[in-house]
Design a protein around this ligand. Structure first.
Ligand SMILES: CC(C)(COP(=O)(O)OP(=O)(O)OC[C@H]1O[C@@H](n2cnc3c(N)ncnc32)[C@H](O)[C@@H]1OP(=O)(O)O)[C@@H](O)C(=O)NCCC(=O)NCCS
Length: 345
């Protein structure tokens, strides 16, 4: 077994295919109801980051060159250095588990985070999988819990949905924008996001940070596009003022076009209680139905404490799927535990 740094930007097409095979082997065991990943734009998905973020990846092969020969690697790991946190991912082939491969990948991640002066690692783990035991074994602690919910489009009652889409107070204009908000709405869009962020702190680790000011927002739109993630947004514009009362974002990945991710849905506090949240999410489903004929499911994540949003999701037909856990680990303690630094360090 050999761990080596791996750069998806320069990897051969066969290596990328081998990595997709690993992803699907892992998914089949840990998230058996999730659709499989495709090769389309996987290189972009793996290598493109937001400006200022840095990503490093490693592969573990049984015999050097396996991935280049089309053999799925035994494991893969990555660390994304963003802000003051290193976000890690570790995948170990089901046939190669409990052989310390996860540990070897974690060791590389911690070594890098430590040498770059990062104090904290974060990781997202699907509830009920052995990753929970793995990260807890290394002293990671649970920081935040979300619920993943799934909507199967063939269960949607489109007539009822029409009522939800139309059931919004007078004075709000609901608008749909494939590709993201147009230039004239960027500032208002970022302002709405910033206002909701200031309104209440849910306490998550910001492993998927949102963009609250126009320049950063534009950069994140460009990044999504460059990673092969097609963005759709629906906004509720206040007719009188042009401000944005609410917005919802869905991304359809080229790497898994059957299942979309619903990202942020926010309603600015003073516009709550007028049916805005329900209307924008319902309108989004109608638009997706015609824009993305291959789409069969939408998944979304909510803080377990975000009751208004959970209620809207239930009305639309989303069903809670499983918990999604954010764990954090202390780099100095991990470095000691993994023997990277001496016990007296
Ligand atoms: C989590 C995962 C990476 C662990 O990889 P692994 O190579 O099997 O882990 P290791 O052999 O290095 O295990 C190290 C220690 O973690 C703990 N551990 C790992 N798997 C465990 C399990 N299934 N049950 C209990 N403890 C476990 C043990 O303490 C183990 O040490 P031990 O074998 O000496 O008892 C692997 O199960 C996996 O790929 N899971 C699916 C992908 C995933 O969810 N990744 C996390 C999100 S990115």
């Amino acid at each position: 077994m050999k761990v080596r740094e791996w750069d998806p930007r320069t990897a051969s097409a066969t290596e990328i295919t081998s990595l997709v095979a690993l992803l699907n082997e892992v998914s089949a065991v840990d998230l058996p109801d999730d659709p499989l990943w495709h090769d389309g734009r996987m290189r972009d998905y793996l290598s493109v980051t937001m400006p200022g973020e840095r990503k490093t990846m490693w592969l573990v092969e049984e015999t050097p060159g396996d991935a280049a020969r089309g053999v799925a690697p035994l494991g893969a790991g990555s660390i994304l250095l963003l802000g003051d946190i290193g976000v890690v991912e570790i995948l170990v082939h089901p046939k190669a588990r409990r052989q310390q491969i996860g540990r070897a990948l974690l060791t590389e991640q911690v070594r890098l985070a430590h040498s770059e002066g990062f104090d904290l690692l974060g990781v997202e783990v699907a509830g009920g999988t052995c990753a929970v035991d793995f990260f807890e074994a290394y002293g990671f602690t649970l920081a935040f819990t979300e619920i993943r919910s799934l909507l199967s489009l063939n269960t949607v009652d489109w007539f009822t949905l029409g009522d939800l889409a139309a059931g919004v107070g007078a004075g709000y204009q609901i608008e749909f924008y494939p590709g993201g908000p147009p230039d004239h709405l960027i500032a208002a869009y970022a302002a709405a996001k910033a206002e909701v962020r200031d309104d209440y702190e849910l306490g998550d680790l910001e492993l998927r940070p949102s963009s609250y000011e126009p320049q950063r927002l534009q950069a994140s739109l460009n990044t999504l596009d460059a990673r092969g993630l097609k963005l759709y947004v629906v906004v509720a514009v206040v007719e009188k003022t042009g401000e944005i009362a609410g917005l919802t974002e869905v991304v359809v990945p080229a790497q898994r076009p059957g299942r979309a991710d619903q990202y942020d849905t926010v309603v600015v506090p003073r516009h709550r209680g007028y049916g805005v949240g329900r209307a924008i999410k319902a309108r989004m489903l109608f638009e997706l139905r015609s824009a993305e004929p291959k789409l069969t499911e939408v998944q979304t994540w909510n803080a377990a404490v975000n009751e208004p949003l959970i209620k809207v999701n239930q009305e639309l037909g989303f069903l809670a799927d499983r918990s999604w856990l954010e764990y954090e680990g202390d780099v100095a303690a991990l470095a000691q535990r993994l023997g990277i630094t001496g016990t007296s360090a």
